[in-house]
Design a protein around this ligand. Structure first.
Ligand code: XMP
Length: 514
């Protein structure tokens, strides 16, 4: 079955830091969208039925020599176009209007006032607070355009040529623009007449159709970790091809207490014979003997995983490897500023496997954001606590044990982690925070318990708030909760006599300690 195109909005990215946010906002309005650069070619588009186009903002001035231009096909395509900030300026200039060059930047909130009724203002107050971030502004309108709203700084805060071309000097995608979502909704629904039909059943349907289309009767293997992404991937592929899927779960001995058993119980039920459980815990722990260096640990764990997975996969003879690549990863890998994003830690996922095993990739989450992947999981009946799990690193507890990893230390950290997670859940913080975990430091300190001197480990609690793990802040957890966690740890885990709370944000710290 050939996958059909999904109606939605095409976003042309002119390099704004907010481009991804526009996509998020459009998707929140139950509307499918894709982000692309000016190089977009309709003949390569087999997934989006374009109902409207949004031109993003960007750091350039239309007067820069190398400023990105609006491709001519956009002006002639015949669907409504919304230009935001630079997108508006480039559109007006491209259509024969004039943009005033300025070195002075207008940055922050501003008030706009409506001058002339237009569907883009439906349900929006006559005066509205918006977020501006620009230098140049539109001076003279192109033929057929009129000014719809003004601000103190410009008489052309919103301009339009009927419903065909609309321009906004401000950013509707940022939350500081009070009615931002309404502006976008008006563009999508009132102007583009795009029905808001991008709902979880549709994500699932689209993903299944794509998998069927790509894989046909070939065999797929999937490394199932029990995290949200790989669980949703496994369920989607299972629905698409059933008999030709094998999901391999490797117990590396570095997982949380009871975790392997729990995942096994869930997925044996859901995937039946397509689920394969490999207990490699002793092998992994053995391979870490004497290793103290964090990068070395990661390399060993990554290498071991490939070795174990490859052995299991060899007997199956698969053609495809399933990966949980999300839309945010796809957009990021296309974006030019990736060049500067240095790797701080070598993250081990299933990188390296496809080339090594000569496998093709199938990535059913390629067009979903993380929250959409979660919704797809719920739609397919995955348990709530599996869907709402906090991220857990591939190298597992090994990078939360400072220094050498031993069986004994793993047992200590598993017991500590159990208490932390239980208390965090009981107090309603599990889903509010990005990650809440404990680190077993390599330090021992003197303490006193009963009348006895103790000399035991220090445990650090690491709780962070984050949106994408790129940056993180430390929440001010109520003292009572921290005290309860600390008391329980030192009372119940005898090898620990001191608990500290890590208050370092990222940057300069990273989330994990190793
Ligand atoms: P850092 O410590 O770099 O972590 O601030 C950022 C996020 O990534 C997770 N993390 C990993 N995830 N494999 C993974 O799958 C890894 O090797 C790995 N290292 C860190 C970490 O838990 C946090 O959410």
């Amino acid at each position: 079955m050939k996958n059909s195109k999904t109606p939605g909005i095409l976003i042309i990215d002119f390099g704004s830091q907010y481009s991804r946010l526009i996509a998020r906002r459009v998707r929140e309005l139950d509307t499918y969208c894709e982000i692309t650069g000016t190089e977009f070619k309709e003949e390569n588009n087999d997934s989006l039925d374009i109902k409207g186009i949004i031109l993003s903002g960007g750091p350039s001035s239309v007067y820069d020599n190398d400023s990105p231009k609006i491709p001519s096909w956009i002006m002639e395509y015949g669907v409504p176009v919304l230009g935001i900030c630079y997108g508006m300026q480039a559109m007006i200039q491209g259509l024969g209007g004039e943009v005033q060059k300025s070195t002075k930047r207008e940055y922050g909130t501003a008030k706009i006032s409506l001058k002339k009724n237009h569907p883009i203002f439906k349900g929006i107050d006559y005066e509205s607070e918006v977020w501006m971030s620009h230098s140049d502004k539109v001076q003279k309108l192109s033929k057929g355009f009129e000014s719809i709203a003004e601000s103190e700084n410009t008489s052309n805060a919103v301009v339009a040529k009927g419903n065909n071309f609309i321009g906004m000097q401000f950013h509707p995608e940022v939350t500081h623009t009070k009615e931002g979502s309404k502006f976008l909704k008006n563009f999508i629904v009132e102007i583009c007449k795009c029905s808001r039909a991008w709902t979880p059943d549709k994500f699932v349907e689209k993903a299944i159709a794509e998998v069927k289309d790509k894989v046909g009767n070939d065999k797929v293997i999937c490394a199932l970790s029990g995290g949200v992404d790989s669980s949703v991937v496994a369920m989607l592929i299972n629905k698409a091809i059933e008999g030709n899927l094998t999901c391999i779960f490797v117990d590396n001995g570095l997982l949380r207490k009871n975790e392997p058993e729990r995942i096994r119980a869930i997925f044996e039920k859901k995937l039946g014979d397509n689920f394969s459980f490999i207990d490699a815990s002793s092998e992994f722990v053995e391979s870490l003997k004497g290793v103290k260096d964090p990068e070395e640990k990661r390399k060993i764990i990554g290498g071991k995983f490939i070795e174990v997975f490859e052995k299991a996969a060899d007997s199956i003879g698969a053609d495809f490897l399933a990966q949980g690549t999300l839309y945010s990863d796809v957009v990021e890998s296309k974006s030019s500023d990736m060049k500067s994003s240095d790797r701080i830690k070598s993250h081990h996922n299933v990188g390296g496997l496809p080339e090594k095993m000569k496998l093709k990739l199938v990535e059913p989450l390629r067009f979903m954001f993380k929250d959409e992947a979660r919704m797809a999981g719920t739609e397919m009946g995955l348990e709530k606590d599996l869907i709402n799990r906090q991220p857990f690193p591939g190298p597992g507890l090994a990078i939360r044990i400072i220094g050498e990893v031993t069986k004994k230390k793993l047992e200590i950290l598993k017991n500590v982690d159990w208490i932390v997670i239980n208390e965090v859940k009981n107090n309603g913080y599990y889903e509010k925070l990005w990650q809440t975990f404990a680190v077993l430091t390599n330090s021992r300190t003197v303490g006193v318990m009963g009348d006895k001197r103790t000399y035991s480990y220090v445990v650090a609690l690491r709780f962070v708030e984050s949106i994408d793990a790129m940056t993180a802040s430390v929440p001010e957890i109520p003292w009572e909760i921290l005290k309860k966690i600390s008391t329980r740890i030192v009372n119940e885990v005898h090898e620990v006599n001191r608990v500290v709370y890590d208050i370092t944000s990222k940057p300069p710290g990273t989330i994990e300690w190793e």
